[in-house]
Design a protein around this ligand. Structure first.
Ligand code: SF4
Ligand code: SF4
Length: 303
């Protein structure tokens, strides 16, 4: 059966669709959102996360590194990784007993993930939950994504596909037709500014959302909100105007920005890429919630 690369399976998630859910985080994403809080999901392959505060200075990792990329940073201090030499083989993470070195990214089969999700079945059956495929971007691994959705569906598990929509239409359509619910990110309607903050045009995701709406599939749009980036009146007006043209979009989730990605960027050795934004104020978030509600949408704060 097809294998895929994931970086986490989160149990008891409550913001990734209805009820209590198990969320599978896929590796690989074609966007580079400046506010990304899962930067370990961007690259398609494994990443080494380094957590110096957990290092017990045992130095068991140094001799196992085939690239000689690990050294003592200072006398009796935590180890330092030469990222230019590291090829993310994972040998040091296997040797580290203190979880100071861990790999983000493991190859798994569809059956492995289905079995892991099955352990939580009692929780989502009671709560009306299920499994959510997220990332990264699940559609960046289209065959694995589709097969996983199909296996879960065959077992009666409610499935949600959490996507940016940046994929070939046929790829999105094939996965969406299996999923019970599509959680669809909409960041900004203004394409120039969308490119500035995500690195890509919004033309394909918006065109795909329109086509998806024609499939009569349940879609919940999710909007990450950053103060001064996309929470202004014109941006909210544009988003409401566009979403009102899509009859299948009845629910909007407002995701308030948080700085959860900062430590992960540091652990990946990519702290320079981290940008700090501010979330909208409570008052502004309430205004936005009210605006969507007045336009006829069901609104959820936090997804
Ligand atoms: S094996 Fe882990 S705890 Fe020991 S020196 Fe390496 S990183 Fe630190
Ligand atoms: S992941 Fe492999 S190459 Fe990188 S530091 Fe660890 S042992 Fe060395």
């Amino acid at each position: 059966m097809t294998k895929g690369m994931i970086f986490d399976i989160k149990r008891f998630a409550v913001h990734d669709g209805p009820g209590v859910r198990t969320t599978v985080f896929f590796k690989g994403c074609p966007l580079h959102c400046l506010w990304c809080h899962n930067p370990e999901g961007i690259s398609p392959g494994p990443d080494l996360l380094v957590r110096p505060s957990r290092c017990a200075h045992c130095y068991s990792c140094i001799p196992v590194c085939p690239q000689r990329a690990i050294s003592k940073g200072s006398k009796n201090g935590p180890v330092v990784i030469d990222r230019a030499k590291c090829d993310a083989c994972g040998a040091c993470a296997d040797a580290c007993m203190y979880e100071a070195l861990v790999m983000a990214g493991r190859e798994v089969g569809v059956a492995d993930v289905v079995a892991e999700i099955g352990r939580d079945r009692v929780f989502y059956e009671r709560s009306g939950g299920g499994a959510t495929l997220s990332g990264g971007e699940p559609l960046a691994q289209p065959v694995f994504c589709r097969e996983l959705l199909a296996e879960l569906h065959a077992r009666g598990v409610h499935t949600a596909l959490d996507t940016s929509g940046l994929a070939a239409w046929e790829t999105l359509r094939a996965a969406a037709e299996i999923a019970d619910l599509v959680l669809y990110d909409v960041k900004l309607l203004d394409d120039r500014r969308h490119r500035e903050v995500t690195g890509v045009s919004n033309a394909l995701p918006l065109a795909n959302l329109k086509r998806l709406s024609g499939l009569n599939k349940e879609i919940a749009v999710r909007i990450p909100l950053m103060a001064g980036i996309n929470d202004g009146a014109p941006d909210i007006r544009d988003a409401i105007g566009y979403l009102k043209t899509l009859p299948s979009v009845k629910t909007v989730g407002l995701l308030r920005y948080h700085k959860g990605g900062q430590e992960k960027y540091r652990n990946l050795g990519r702290e320079a890429e981290f940008r700090i934004f501010e979330p909208p104020s409570d008052a502004r978030l309430e205004e936005i919630r009210q605006a969507f509600q007045d336009a006829g949408f069901r609104v959820r704060i936090g997804g």
